[in-house]
Ligand binder design. Structure first.
Ligand SMILES: Nc1ncnc2c1ncn2[C@@H]1O[C@H](COP(=O)(O)OP(=O)(O)OP(=O)(O)O)[C@@H](O)[C@H]1O
Length: 244
C-alpha cells in the first residue's frame, strides 16, 4: 500500500511547549484515514504541522515521496493539499458563490470555474445551490461546514485535511455530512479526517490512527478498531465511547 502522505518522527513546538513528540503517520493514496484521539492529543497540531502553519522542529513530512516540512504554507497548498480548519475559514459577509470563487486559485471569474466540478459540488451539497446568493454567515452550522468542504474541493485536490467537521452539528445533519463524505470517498480522493465522533469514524474510515500525548499510539484498519471495544476503551476512553 503506497502512502501519499507520510510523517516520520515529527516534533512540533508551540512557543515554549513541546506538543508533538515524534508523530509517525501513513496516509495511503485513495483512502480515507481517520485521526482520532482524546482532547488535546495533538490532532489539530498534526494537521497544522502538515500544512506548515506550525513548523515541525524535527522529523519529516513526505508528500508523494518529497519532503515538504521546510516549505511555506502557500507552497504546500500549491501541491494540491487543502485544509478545512475547525473554524471552517469561511467569510460570513460574502455569499456562498463569492466564498467558492475566492477559494478557487485559478479561476478569476465565475465563468472560469469548472462547471462540471461545480455541478458535482452541488450534487454533494445541494444546500449550496439553494443558498447560492445568501451570505454564508446566515447558513446553518451544517451548511457552513459543507461550504467549507466545498471550498476545499473547488479545484482538484490530491489530499484533503479536514478538522472535526461534525463538531457542534445535530445528529441528523451529521448523517447528511456522512453521506456527502461517502460520495467524496467514492471519487478516490485521499482524505485525512480528524474526528471525536466515533460513529462518523466508523462510517467513513478505511484506516485509522489514534493519537495520545503528541504521538500516534495505534494505526490500523478502521474496521478492526470498530470491532474491538476493549481496544477502543483503552485507546480512546469514555470521551469517545459516549458518542457511540
Ligand atoms: N497555540 C497554542 N499554544 C499553546 N499550546 C497549544 C496551542 N495550540 C494547542 N496547544 C496545546 O497542544 C496540545 C494539542 O492540541 P491540539 O489542538 O493539537 O489537540 P487536539 O487533539 O486537536 O484536541 P481537540 O480535540 O481538543 O481539538 C494541547 O495540550 C493544547 O493545549
Amino acid at each position: 500500500m503506497s502512502s501519499l502522505l507520510s510523517l516520520q518522527g515529527v516534533h512540533t513546538h508551540i512557543g515554549a511547549y513541546h506538543i508533538l513528540h515524534g508523530v509517525d503517520l501513513e496516509v495511503p493514496a485513495g483512502q480515507l484515514t481517520m485521526l482520532l484521539g482524546r482532547n488535546g492529543a495533538g490532532k489539530t497540531t498534526t494537521l497544522r504541522s502538515i500544512m506548515g502553519l506550525w513548523q515541525a522542529s524535527q522529523g519529516q513530512v513526505l508528500f508523494d515521496g518529497q519532503p515538504i516540512q521546510a516549505l511555506a504554507t502557500p507552497e504546500i497548498a500549491q501541491r494540491d493539499i487543502a485544509y478545512v480548519p475547525e473554524n471552517m475559514g469561511i467569510f460570513g459577509d460574502l455569499t456562498v458563490r463569492e466564498n467558492l470563487l475566492l477559494a478557487a486559485r485559478r479561476a478569476r471569474s465565475l465563468k472560469e470555474l469548472d462547471t462540471t466540478r461545480l455541478d458535482w459540488l452541488f450534487s454533494l451539497f445541494p444546500a449550496l445551490k439553494k443558498f447560492w446568493l445568501y451570505p454564508a454567515g446566515k447558513l446553518s452550522g451544517g451548511q457552513k461546514q459543507m461550504l467549507a468542504i466545498a471550498r476545499a474541493l473547488i479545484e482538484p485536490r490530491r489530499l484533503l485535511l479536514i478538522d472535526e467537521p461534525s463538531k457542534g452539528l445535530a445528529p441528523a445533519i451529521i448523517l447528511n455530512l456522512i453521506a456527502a463524505l461517502k460520495e467524496l470517498k467514492a471519487t478516490d480522493t485521499t482524505v485525512l479526517l480528524v474526528e471525536q465522533n466515533f460513529m462518523v469514524a466508523k462510517a467513513l474510515g478505511d484506516r485509522v490512527a489514534v493519537m495520545d500525548n503528541g504521538r500516534v499510539v495505534h494505526a490500523g484498519a478502521m474496521a478492526e478498531l470498530a470491532a474491538d471495544e476493549a481496544l477502543q476503551q483503552r485507546l480512546l476512553g469514555l470521551s469517545l465511547a459516549a458518542h457511540q
